[in-house]
Design a protein around this ligand. Structure first.
Ligand code: ADP
Length: 197
């Protein structure tokens, strides 16, 4: 799959927000984000794909990290090197398992995006590409997840003095891309409506 097919970009502050339809494991960015589990044990979905594409060194680093920290709490993030992925770092974060949306899921999801950006910031990185965290096995409804993820990324880019100037999501299906694009347009329209008040 061509990772650059279907791409949308927006200038926000001094930075750029992108949405791309493609395979995160082939997307060039200084950091790729992994939708991991608390044990950093690998698994299916994007996690398994990133480990397969990046090689065994990533899992070796994950084991060392877990030996040190025990587990990675939902909403937190840590970095390893990226092995043979087209990135310098892989940032592992844990999204919420979705139950009914009233168990703090939006706050934990927002924290997963925000913590990952914080780790990228500490590493002085300029670009970060995310998957749609929690919307696979963890069951978060896609549109509700986009309504949490996009405002976090937009707000981050609008803040001054940030190292990450290029940030966005690589969506694995046309449906996911369409959904994120729709939510982005809706957020932009509501900002414009407020500016016009
Ligand atoms: P979670 O456990 O956080 O739900 P999953 O990996 O099951 O994580 O799914 C998260 C999202 O990642 C889903 O929307 C899924 O379609 C998507 N995904 C799976 N493989 C890839 C990939 N190679 N590149 C980008 N996104 C992917």
């Amino acid at each position: 799959m061509d990772p650059t097919q279907r791409q949308l970009e927006r200038s926000i502050g001094n930075g750029r927000l992108f949405l791309a339809r493609g395979d995160l494991t082939r997307f060039p960015a200084e950091a790729l984000v992994n939708a991991a589990n608390s044990a950093l044990a690998g698994g299916g979905g994007v996690d398994g794909a990133l480990h397969r594409a990046g090689g065994p060194r990533i899992m070796a680093e994950c084991r060392e990290l877990i030996a040190r920290i025990g587990r990675l709490e939902p909403g937190a993030a840590v970095a390893t090197t990226a092995g043979t992925l087209p990135a310098r770092y892989l940032i592992h974060t844990v999204g919420p398992v979705y139950r009914d949306g009233t168990r703090g899921e939006p706050a934990v999801l927002a924290s997963a995006y925000r913590s990952s950006l914080g780790v990228a910031e500490e590493l002085g990185l300029g670009s970060v590409a995310f998957p749609s965290i929690s919307t696979g096995v963890y069951g978060y409804p896609l549109e509700a997840a986009a309504e949490v993820a996009l405002p976090v990324l937009l707000q981050y880019l609008a803040e001054n003095g940030r190292s990450v100037r290029r940030v966005g999501l690589v969506l694995f299906s046309d449906d996911a891309f369409d959904c994120y694009e729709r939510v982005l347009r809706r957020l932009e329209a509501s900002v414009e409506a407020r500016a016009g008040d």
